[in-house]
Design a binder for this molecule. Structure first.
Ligand code: MN
Length: 339
């Protein structure tokens, strides 16, 4: 494995040659795909198609509807609905892109077939810390705002920036927009804006992307947001920590659909003193947890210690199989560690 931002140019030369020789590629991303994983995948898909390579984007479970306007979204296949067909694609691939995840277990049920293909050239492009060694080339920069930003960097290193077109630019822009919380997280850098400006030069219209991504909610989603903030939000330690617990019954009351709680965890951070925000949602008997923090509070370490999770300093995830009540108790007992 070659790990790090500064993979040698020799590594990129090899990657470029492998891509040129490839006939069948698959592009995989993590469970509960988001704007960054789908945007990055669709950008790479357009690139490979231009190279005359058969390419398929496969996600472990369905991609959220707010991305359906992206050119290529309808071609995305998901393993949950088409397990056999997806597995065939992965088995027959001679080139595999693993985007926006740092550990093969993040692809859920696709892990086995991904690992059983030992002949494909595997590339990992990602920005999560502590990557597992599982690909031939791991182009990982934990300081990058998003994997989408790294797709641009990757194309630059393999000298393929000339392939960028509007569809790719929209996909990359969407990945950056959603993973930076609309350019407001600390991961937003000069480089982020530089790449964004190039996407705009290619024809991306920021207001149009914003409307497509954020102004496409159902009325039920907006009511769920209202309910979560009015009824569910709890504040602890002088309003320095916020928790929003939503159980399965509450979610179904608002006809919950995949993606409906996306971004919800960020709202409590707008309260003056809140340093940490935690969202708990119940699905299939599991409690899914999202953590956000301001400044130097490492929610990834907390998520790892108690909830089999991980992620970034200011944005992490975790999971609990102990039910809502017990999970809340465990959280409340240990919250002070976060301050
Ligand atoms: Mn990402």
């Amino acid at each position: 494995m070659t790990y790090g931002y500064f993979c040698s140019m020799q590594n990129f030369k090899e990657a470029s040659e492998k891509i040129d020789r490839s006939k069948n590629a698959v592009i995989l991303s993590h469970r509960s795909p988001d704007g960054d994983s789908i945007g990055s995948s669709i950008a790479v898909w357009h690139f490979l198609k231009q190279k005359g390579i058969n390419a398929k984007v496969i996600t472990p479970d369905p991609a959220p509807d707010f991305l359906s306007w992206l050119d290529g979204f309808n071609e995305v296949m998901n393993f949950e609905q088409k397990a056999t067909e997806s597995a065939e694609y992965i088995k027959n691939a001679d080139l595999i892109f693993c985007l926006d995840f740092n550990d093969p277990s993040r692809v859920g049920q696709m892990q086995e077939v991904l690992e059983s293909n030992t002949t494909a050239y595997k590339l990992n492009i990602d920005h999560h810390r502590d990557p597992v060694d599982f690909c031939d080339l791991q182009f990982v920069n934990i300081e990058a705002s998003s994997t989408a930003e790294l797709i641009y960097d990757f194309l630059e290193r393999i000298d393929e920036l000339s392939k960028l077109n509007l569809s790719m630019a929209q996909a990359i822009y969407t990945g950056i927009l959603t993973d930076t919380g609309s350019f407001r997280f600390s991961s937003t850098t000069e480089r982020t804006h530089l790449i964004t400006s190039k996407m705009i030069a290619l024809g991306v219209q920021p207001d149009e992307v914003y409307r497509n991504v954020y102004d496409s909610y159902s009325s039920e989603r907006l009511k769920l947001l209202g309910y979560a903030l009015y009824s569910s939000l709890k504040l602890y330690h002088d309003e320095r920590i916020a928790i929003i617990p939503l159980n399965a019954e509450e979610l179904s009351r608002f006809n919950f659909r995949r993606g409906d709680t996306e971004g919800l965890v960020n709202y409590p951070l707008s309260i003056k003193n809140v340093q940490v925000s935690i969202l708990l949602t119940e699905k299939d008997g599991l409690i899914k947890m999202s953590f956000r923090s301001k400044g130097e509070i490492p929610v990834n370490l907390f998520a790892k210690k108690y909830f089999k999770g991980g992620g970034h300093l200011n944005a992490a995830g975790g999971v609990s199989s102990n039910g809502m009540e017990e999970t809340l108790k465990l959280l409340e007992t240990n919250l002070a560690e976060l301050l």
